[in-house]
Design a protein around this ligand. Sequence first.
Ligand code: SF4
Ligand code: SF4
Length: 424
Amino acid sequence: MADRREMWKALGMDVDTHDGLCAALPVAFGDVYLSQKNRPEGMAFWDFVVSDIHGIRPAELLEAQKEGRKVFGTFCVFVPDEVVVAANGIVTGLCGGSQFWVPDGEKVLPKSTCPLVKASVGARLGRTCPFFRIADMYVGETTCDGKKKAYEILGEDVPMYIMDLPQMKRECDILKWKDEIAAFAKKVEEFTGNTITPEKLDEAIRLINNKRKALARVFEARKNPDNIPISGTDALLVTQIAFFDDPARCAEMCNKLADELEERNRQGVSVFEKGTKRIMITGTPMAIPNWKLHHIVETSGAAVVCEEMCTGTRYFENLVEEGLPTLDEQFMALSKRYMKNNCACFTPNPGRVEDILRLAKEYHVDGVIDVNLKFCCLYDTEGYSVERALREAGIPVLGIETDYDDGDSEQLRTRIGAFVEMLG
Ligand code: SF4
Ligand code: SF4
């Protein structure tokens, strides 16, 4: 692995503190990932990416910046990558998934903020993540209160643009989101100095659609009721890295992996023994390197076959209509696609319950774990209707609240172990 310290120093990072993360991550990755048996060979790409996660992609982004390209950091799947790509910009995910960053976040945020927000703010203010240093502009969105207020603090440190996401799904809300996308496109044009034409936007729409289709192929292979060709832990990593990677490369690598998974399904090559219980995880997103729950489930006698979350199906389901001739129509097509995302920030939000029941069937799940990141009021509250609907449909469900800290791991292991046993 190349020595990245000079690059990190030049980015103004606190390199000594960052060393702590560099020391802990390979151990965590080895324990969670490399200890798995019979992994698809295609996972070697993602192992390689993680082996130098703060080096490879940041170095690429810095090269792109030297060529005059701008990097936009985002925190939510509602920010349309297509608009940035159409202006020759680059999108990188910024959500923090490590406890390492939480204490720095807690210096400025209430402790009762969800760990994802605390870690994201901590990664910036503690200067311990190169992606947070590289992004030329952050793009926030008005989804949850925790993020909205955190953006005000981040905005003191870095250029910040906020998209105002409607919280209902009426026709007027879809039109309103279309206007927000158009306003964002203007901002992106100003910031990059590049004009967004219908041709460029259509190209970008196809590029991001291709990435979605490739991720969907990986997930499709997980629907096989008789074979589990990839662990949920590996599939989660694929989705997590998709937020950071170049979209064309992401599509290429996911398609290669999907080829292998389809072949494994034909040959009956499974990561788990026949009869292993199939679990779907639903709820709050799991930003990298939050692998805690998947690891516990998959070392407790069950397999995760689907994630109904933004680091899962919500990231790639639904495509944007291609081939539209005007920007106005394209912005509308983008709005329609993004507004199909059933985040718990909407009210009412019956679409999410419908998604969960549909996915439970499609992925042939034996049980669902509804997970909530501590202090996420949205998903916590929605857990009431989600869990009720699952029970009514006769699908066993376990509700869990957790954070990034490992302190509750043993307790979770006991509860999940009992749940899996009950499924048997
Ligand atoms: S859960 Fe909601 S707010 Fe969070 S990333 Fe997903 S869409 Fe955005
Ligand atoms: S997990 Fe909940 S509280 Fe945290 S950022 Fe997402 S929506 Fe907001």
